[in-house]
Design a protein around this ligand. Structure first.
Ligand code: ADP
Length: 257
């Protein structure tokens, strides 16, 4: 079982709008998958589906040893999931960590406290152990000297790197990034991409939504081009980005490159 993630026939609609139609793909362990596509094509909805932040209507997704068949989840009369399914979703969500477009850090906690919150509250780690690990993670993302600063004392790029350290602190098997640099001033983008590149070099399994096509070409093992809620093209960057087979992919890339 070399694939860490296996998504089969994932579908999601909002009202009458079928945003994700029938999406299947796999992510081998230790590889980077980049999702590209026009605005509104369903990239974020798909990514959030992988973490069940937005629950797909149907489809089966396996991450590591946890599989969820979304059509089979059962709700009680009050609309909440039955407790056994809530537990399944909790285990499923623990397999991945999400880095959002804008960091949403706790403003009244230091960088260090933002990183230790999850391990202490969710995983019940001891504070001294959580602090040691958080300092290591902040060093990894280049923020060793900023551990005791508050978010308002950090640049947007530094805040985003705290967000990455915070996701790493929960030791997920899979890291998900939703346009991690699109809210940043251009001069801050490079530092965040550098951190992501370092994680790729460490062999972390990641799925990223990004408009940074050149970065995608560098870092991705696999590129998914999505349009209208469907995977139009999927392959290595040398195929999808440098030699796209579909007209829709070509048109999209022409506008960006
Ligand atoms: P992308 O990330 O490719 O820009 P999204 O996944 O954000 O696309 O959105 C795809 C479509 O789904 C858009 O038309 C968007 O308006 C719609 N959509 C996304 N989230 C919601 C929601 N919570 N409720 C209703 N419509 C939504």
């Amino acid at each position: 079982m070399n694939d860490l993630l296996e998504a089969t026939s994932v579908a999601k609609k909002f009202g009458d709008h079928q945003v994700i139609k029938d999406v299947s793909f796999t992510v081998p362990k230790g590889t980077v998958t980049v999702i590209i596509g026009p605005s509104g094509s369903g990239k974020t909805t798909l990514l959030r589906g992988l973490n069940a932040l937005e629950r797909p209507d149907s489809g089966i997704i396996r991450i590591g040893d946890v599989t969820v068949d979304f059509a089979k989840l059962r709700s009680s009369r009050n609309g909440r999931l039955k407790s056994s399914d809530r537990e399944l979703i909790r285990r499923y969500q623990a397999r991945s960590g999400m880095v959002f477009q804008s960091h949403n850090l706790f403003p009244h906690r230091t960088a260090l406290q933002n990183v230790t919150e999850g391990p202490i509250v969710v995983q019940g780690k001891r504070t001294d152990q959580a602090n040691d690990e958080a300092r290591e993670l902040l060093t990894k993302v280049g923020l060793a000297e900023h551990a005791d600063k508050y978010p308002s004392q950090l640049s947007g790029g530094q805040q985003q790197r705290v967000g990455i350290a915070r996701a790493l602190a929960l030791e997920p098997d899979l890291l998900l990034f939703d346009e991690p640099t699109s809210a940043l001033d251009p001069e801050l983008v490079g530092g965040v991409l550098e951190v992501i590149r370092g994680l790729a070099a460490e062999g972390r399994t990641m799925v990223l939504v990004t408009h940074e096509i050149r970065f995608a070409r560098d870092v991705a093992d696999q590129v998914l081009f999505i349009d209208g809620g469907l995977v139009v093209e999927r392959g290595a960057p040398a195929e999808v980005i440098d030699d796209p087979q579909q007209e829709r992919t070509r048109t999209f890339l022409h506008r960006l490159l």
